[in-house]
Write a protein that binds this ligand. Structure first.
Ligand code: ADP
Ligand code: MG
Length: 321
């Protein structure tokens, strides 16, 4: 007999390891009851993943559960917010218990790692679609916003860029890679690790921040537009992985244009650089400064020898299309 909606919720989404003291009432009533700490702003974000649009129909459900939460946690990280609660709106073609079990494992596993409690949601029948909403806390006035970059700031990024883009090409059969590289790059695509700790460490240190979901040029562009500034980026300083270097060498186009990496791009007053490096070293994470914010509007891309890097000539639009 197929599982009922109520049993499904109880079995897969009501039992969980995280029980937060700021959740007087979680899954099971008409509303959840939540208590935000005094002095904190509530940071709220939501993202929808639709089968056939944002992921292939046959995506492994555990990876899907992980990614649906990870992309939202990445938004919190980009604001310097500490994750607390999540809500899940799930639309399923049928109640496949093996699928649900794996999906819940991916979702709740990542939630537990960050102490996030799933406090409610909605379950409906229809074409597969996953909407996650997450809530986090940031001290009042301390959020890292897109509109706060200042001329003279260094432009920095966490981790490496372009990996998820290569993972997508591997998944689509457009790029061949030896097993260890393929595994790493597909992992970057399917199980992104949100930079939550870095986002928290950047509070009071960085001026502006954004997470790289659509590609560095597009996302840095949002910071520039919102802040009313321009920038110069040294393209050949963009950090790329060993797998990236081995497979596509210096394909800066991919590093600049491909999305889904969920790294952070932020701007930093230059006098805070030593503090940033100390803080990164303490967490064993890597941040790379790749450019500088300028008064003059627009984004200028340079090679190490000082010559201009022409995105359009490199087929950037084609890649985006
Ligand atoms: P209502 O009809 O009052 O909106 P529902 O029957 O939709 O309530 O949901 C019952 C309870 O289960 C609510 O607390 C709701 O938040 C929770 N819930 C429903 N679907 C999910 C889900 N996919 N994940 C987590 N909680 C859920
Ligand atoms: Mg109700």
């Amino acid at each position: 007999m197929p599982i009922s909606e109520f049993d499904l919720i109880a079995r897969y989404f009501a039992r969980q390891d995280v029980r937060r003291p700021d959740v007087p009432l979680g899954v099971g009533d008409d509303c959840a009851l939540l208590r935000a700490p005094a002095g904190m702003d509530l940071a709220v974000t939501t993202d929808t993943l639709v089968a056939g649009v944002h992921f292939p129909e046959n995506t492994h459900p555990e990876a899907l559960g992980h990614k649906a939460l990870a992309v939202n946690l990445s938004d919190l990280a980009a604001m310097g917010a500490e994750p607390a609660w999540a809500m899940l709106a799930l639309t399923l073609p049928q109640a496949d218990e093996a699928w649900l079990e794996a999906f819940a494992r991916g979702l709740l596993g990542l939630a537990a790692r960050y102490g996030v409690q799933l406090v409610g949601g909605d379950t409906t029948r229809g074409p597969l679609s996953v909407t996650l909403q997450v809530f986090g806390f940031v001290p009042q006035g301390k959020a890292l916003r897109r509109d706060a970059a200042q001329p003279g700031d260094l432009i920095c990024v966490t981790g490496t860029l372009g990996d998820a883009g290569l993972g997508l090409r591997i998944a689509q059969g457009k790029l061949a890679a030896p097993a260890p590289y393929a595994e790493y790059l597909l992992g970057r695509l399917e199980r992104p690790g949100p930079r939550v700790e870095t986002g928290l460490a950047l509070r009071g240190l960085a001026h502006a921040a954004i997470d790289v979901s659509d590609g560095l040029v597009a996302d840095l562009g949002h910071i520039l537009d919102s802040s009313g500034v321009g920038a110069t980026v040294q393209v050949e300083r963009i950090p790329v992985s060993a797998a990236f270097r081995e497979l596509v060498a210096d394909d800066w186009n991919t590093a600049l244009g491909s999305g889904d990496d969920y790294e952070l791009c932020f701007t930093l007053p230059p006098e805070r650089r030593a503090e940033l490096e100390k803080s990164c070293a303490e967490r064993g994470e890597c941040c790379t400064c790749i450019g500088v914010i300028e008064q003059r509007p627009g984004l200028r891309l340079l090679r190490n020898d000082g010559s201009a890097f022409d995105l359009a000539a490199q087929g950037y639009d084609h890649f985006r299309g």
